[in-house]
Write a protein that binds this ligand. Sequence first.
Ligand SMILES: [Mg+2]
Length: 232
Amino acid sequence: MQLTTIAFDADDTLWHNEVFYVSTQQQFAELLKDHAACDDLDSRLYEAEKRNLGHYGYGIKGFTLSMIETAIDVTEGRVPGHVIRKILDMGQEMLRHPVDLLPHAQNAVETMADRGLRIFLITKGDLLDQERKLAASNLGEYFDRVEIVSEKTSDTYTRIFGAYADGAEKGLMVGNSMRSDILPMLDAGGTAAFVPFELAWAMEHAEPPEGHGRFHTLNDLGGLTDLVSTLT
Ligand SMILES: [Mg+2]
């Protein structure tokens, strides 16, 4: 394989993301505990998020709406307006959070660009929010192409690597989600490097492939240069 193009996932691959959801969800539980006795709030919220994905897509706006819906449901419609207001504030706070790069992220992207590889960013989520984070990351100049997509399937990778690179066969996808970054890229005929992050959203869970020749796992992005040396 002659690798020509490397694509990075963004959230929890290049910068922190899930940590903001986890802490907001803790605030949400704290906020509702005076208004409803609900010992399965987390799973009620998760069910709402799952139900709403097809309407809202991935990202903070959909998450905020799902928190509001859950608050209405668990209080049987009695949730006060000031609590809804607070949930909206929590969502807006998430949309303002500073961008916090993960270890080795800057160096990995820079090094790959120095090697003359084509560099893509392929991410899901709210368009505005991902654009904001990319600008704040100061990594924007390294990417030859940025794709903010509603879902990551094998067709997504076939299309992007087909249109803007030399096909998925000569591409490497780097990401923290087995379900979205790794399995569909392997299906598309590409190579994938799984970089697990300590916090993972249940929706992104999938079993790793067994004995797959184009599947690699890295402890962190510090191992990317060595892997890429074996692929070029
Ligand atoms: Mg991710």
